[in-house]
Design a protein around this ligand. Structure first.
Ligand code: PMP
Length: 362
């Protein structure tokens, strides 16, 4: 094994800021004079409650979350929210609208079908999810309890460039793979949820941001830990939360402040994405998989002229320290996930490596 850190383009769990890992390392056996690791603390202890509350407050501040909304930390990742969302919200009318623009929004839609009548508001499946349908193409139901979409499609490398307008129907959004990379007007949403293992922390929890007015109408069989009301009333501590993951999220939020917050991050990520997309557009060998108008700034999907050359590229890139570039089997080719914590240097060096590979294999 190498002693050097690699440039890790994994889609998640993914790269964390080096300074965050170092800070966590420096505190790992004795957190700030407590004499113990955060991993060893009671979640009810004063020292841990301080970490927990500060993390929640920082999240609210960083994302400008209004008082109408609350932050929940819910175990089970984003997938658990595929169930929690309909269980808590669909009871209002028994119906919901789902936009299917990729793998995870399709899974969310299928899970929701267990709980009510689902209208597919749009689907990009006809072109293997290479695009995002326009507002005018959404088939909305006036009596939907909510409209669900996924703002960034991790596997296909597409990203919604607009917030769907759904009138009085609350918006529910899976932001797992682009949360905190662009400013979001939280007041427009009924529920935002995200697994933390891409832009926020190591795996272990989903951040759920919920409009408190929507809470309290869950299906009677909703498990306690999936009930937004139970989680809201217990401040996400109905049982033991994933304490260490939440602590790490706190450290990442402090790091985000140092990058200029989400506005700062937005500029940095736009610069990083441009480095790769400019390379793809200049290249005769590499081609982007997603429609230009829908390109994700977080997951850049691309391929060469053949599967053999793709495999050779991945092999050589890995050897050179650019790892986890193999595309998902649904798309093939390559995928470079360039989340917030991926330094610009890593993206620049990857683009340079791709140019070199093209020159060597003309
Ligand atoms: N939604 C999106 C957009 C994702 O990228 C993922 C994971 N890659 C999920 C949901 C599922 O997340 P989890 O593994 O946290 O359940």
């Amino acid at each position: 094994m190498s002693t050097e850190r690699v440039f890790n383009f994994s889609a998640g769990p993914s790269v964390l800021p080096l300074s965050v890992l170092e800070k966590a390392g420096s505190e790992i056996t004795n957190y700030r004079g407590s004499g113990m690791s955060v991993m060893e603390m009671s979640h009810r202890s004063k020292v841990y409650i301080e970490i927990f509350e500060e993390t929640k407050a920082d999240l609210k501040r960083v994302m400008s979350i209004p008082d109408t909304h609350e932050v929940l930390f819910v175990p089970g990742g984003a997938t658990m929210q595929f169930s929690a969302v309909p269980m808590n919200l669909i009871g209002k009318t028994g119906k919901a609208d789902y936009a299917v623009t990729g793998n995870f929004s399709g899974l969310a839609m299928k899970e929701a079908k267990k709980y009510g009548e689902i209208n597919i508001a749009c689907s990009s499946e006809d072109k293997n999810h290479t695009y995002i349908p326009a507002q005018g193409d959404l088939k909305l139901s006036a009596d939907a309890s909510y409209f669900h979409y996924c703002s960034n499609n991790t596997i296909y490398g597409t990203e919604w460039k607009y917030v769907p307008q759904t009138g009085d129907v609350p918006l529910v959004c899976d932001m797992s793979s682009n949360i905190m990379s662009v400013p979001v007007d939280v007041s427009k949403y009924g529920v935002i949820y995200a697994g933390v293992q891409k832009n926020m922390a190591p795996a272990g929890v989903a951040v759920v941001i919920i409009d408190k007015a929507l809470v309290g109408n869950e299906h009677p069989l909703t498990p306690k830990l999936l009930s937004y009301k139970v989680m809201l009333d217990s401040d996400s501590m109905h049982n033991t939360p994933p304490c260490y993951t939440i602590y790490m999220l706190g450290l990442v939020l402090k790091w985000l402040d140092e990058q200029g917050g989400i506005e700062g991050m937005e500029k940095i990520k736009a610069g990083k994405a441009k480095l790769l997309y400019d390379m793809l557009d200049d290249s005769k060998m590499f081609d982007g998989c997603a429609d230009k108008a829908a390109r994700s700034d977080m997951n850049v999907t691309f391929r060469t002229t053949s599967e053999e050359l793709d495999a050779q590229f991945i092999k050589e890139a890995t050897k050179a320290g650019f790892v986890n570039l193999k595309g998902h089997r649904n798309v093939g080719g390559m995928r470079a996930s360039i989340y917030n914590a991926m330094p610009t240097e890593g993206v620049q060096k990857l683009a340079d490596f791709m140019r070199g590979f093209e020159a060597r294999n003309k």
